[in-house]
Design a protein around this ligand. Structure first.
Ligand code: SF4
Ligand code: SF4
Length: 206
């Protein structure tokens, strides 16, 4: 028991000289350290709407809502701060975490208590979705495909979904179906397809 008492005495003397370890919050505003894991915040510029953050969120605090109608196909994400554990999985595993700005990051905001749960929900902008040309199933967000194509560079041309969507973004895709018919052995595969329809088209033909 002798040594722990000495240690406590040393701590007490250090605190007397350096001041208390605790802050005087709420009388004085607390300034958390730079890497503090406070309120997570989306960046509409950095987020490519891939939905990976929703998959890894252990608290299911991130809700992904895909709206597909005759006129539009969009994805929106909602962050339910009232459910968030501030674990940091969303920002640590965000697809665009190394980009500037990243899709989601923690701010140093921590004073978040409230009585109205509805006010603790924040929504991202809607991002356009890419649908399979055969079954109209959701492939992913247009921004996500563009991000993958950019990362792959010329390798993106090995995947028809990637290169056709890139050409569409640049406004050069109108002639692709005809060119595929004229020059390509498998024009049925030169389409934007979900993985299920891509497998099906491959198997059906051979
Ligand atoms: S910090 Fe954790 S709980 Fe909160 S939204 Fe991110 S992954 Fe979910
Ligand atoms: S880019 Fe990051 S923040 Fe956006 S949906 Fe993907 S994982 Fe979530």
């Amino acid at each position: 028991m002798k040594y722990p008492k000495l240690r406590e005495l040393k701590e007490a003397i250090t605190a007397l000289i350096k001041g208390p370890y605790t802050s005087d919050y709420p009388r004085k505003a607390h300034q958390p350290p730079e890497r503090f894991r406070g309120k997570p915040e989306y960046s509409n510029d950095g987020c490519v709407a891939c939905a990976a953050c929703a998959l890894v969120c252990p608290a299911r605090a991130i809700e992904v809502s895909d709206v597909v109608t005759k006129d539009k196909a969009v994805r929106k994400k909602m962050l339910h701060l009232d459910e968030c554990h501030y674990c940091g999985q969303c920002s640590a595993l965000c697809t665009t975490r190394e980009d500037i700005p990243p899709g989601i990051k923690h701010t140093t905001e921590f004073d978040l208590a409230g009585f109205d749960r509805a006010s603790m929900v924040s929504a991202t902008d809607e991002k356009e979705l890419v649908l399979c040309e055969i079954c109209r199933d959701v492939i992913t967000a247009k921004a996500h495909l563009a991000w993958i194509a950019k990362k792959l560079g010329s390798l993106a041309f090995s995947n028809p979904t990637l290169f056709i969507s890139s050409l569409k973004n640049m406004g050069f895709a109108d002639d692709v179906p005809q060119a595929a018919k004229d020059y390509v052995l498998r024009p049925d595969r030169i389409k934007i397809l979900c993985s299920k329809c891509r497998r099906k088209t491959t198997i059906e033909r051979y």
